[in-house]
Design a binder for this molecule. Structure first.
Ligand code: NAP
Length: 242
């Protein structure tokens, strides 16, 4: 039983990744933090493709909860293997550093960077034993170029990029690839309150991207066709200069 785990799979880019990976034939573990109704909606979209799905509620930033819920699932499902991991859960708490609270700094770093660590630690050993796997980290344009008003988010995503490159080299010989995807502006709940009219003028394609467009790239990195690509960051941003 081969599974793909998508953190933050209940909404937005994560949901589109779940559907794409289901189309590729993977059973899907949908992680979410609190929005059960959205996770159930994702599950119904996955089931259309005839694969199994399970919902796993945990906060990726909470190491104990990740160990309990995800580690518990791995212990109980010995015959199953998480072959694809998409570290997608992330939040924004935008403000200038001069007015940023410790909480705003911490929660963003804890969700993206610490969350990636917490989840990858649970999944990695079985993947190493199986000598095959795909790890895909959802980063951001902000992590490549830095964005004013997003010192916390830029730091979190840049940290994930460094970890992607280092881990890729550690485990390449076990046939496990680790790559990062850096979206620009994608139409999801996360970007809902941004001034779209103003921002599209900065984008050569004059539109926000769709979650499904990001999911196509996830599908490629998850597939065997991407077998000789590892440690890379691929931008998907409608031509924004990075
Ligand atoms: P979104 O629509 O706000 O959805 C966020 C998802 O992450 C939800 O499924 C949410 O679960 C989950 N989540 C948040 N905190 C979590 C936590 N602590 N533990 C577990 N799950 C958690 O976001 P999105 O736009 O799809 O973004 C997905 C990823 O792409 C993020 O890493 C984001 O930084 C990155 N990204 C997005 C854009 C963009 O323009 N949208 C651009 C660049 C990068 P609940 O439903 O339970 O709340």
């Amino acid at each position: 039983m081969k599974y793909a785990l998508v953190t933050g799979g209940s909404r937005g880019i994560g949901r589109a990744c779940c559907v794409k990976l289901a189309q590729l034939g993977y059973n899907i573990l949908v992680n979410y933090k609190g929005n059960r109704a959205a996770a159930e909606e994702t599950a119904s979209l996955i089931e259309i493709h005839g694969v199994k799905t399970e919902l796993l509620a945990f906060d990726v930033a909470d190491k104990d909860s990740v160990r309990e819920e995800l580690g518990g699932w791995i212990d109980v499902n010995k015959g199953s293997l998480i072959e694809v991991l998409v570290n997608n859960a992330g939040i924004r708490q935008d403000t200038l550093l001069m007015s940023m609270t410790d909480e705003q700094w911490g929660s963003v770093l804890d969700t993206s960077l610490q969350g990636m660590y917490n989840v990858t630690k649970q999944v990695l050993n079985p993947m190493l034993l199986n000598r095959y796997g795909r790890i895909i980290n959802m980063v951001s344009l902000s992590g490549l170029k830095g964005m004013p008003g997003q010192v916390n988010y830029s730091a979190a995503k840049a940290g994930m990029i460094g970890a992607t490159k280092a881990l890729a080299q550690e485990i390449a010989k076990r046939n496990i690839t680790v790559n990062a995807i850096a979206p620009g502006f994608i139409k999801t709940d996360m970007t809902e309150e941004l001034n779209g009219k103003e921002l599209v003028n900065l984008i050569p394609m004059k539109r926000f991207g769709m979650a499904e467009e990001v999911a196509e790239l996830v599908g490629f990195f998850a597939s065997q066709q991407s077998s000789y690509i590892t440690g890379q960051v691929v931008s998907i941003n409608g031509g924004l200069y990075t």
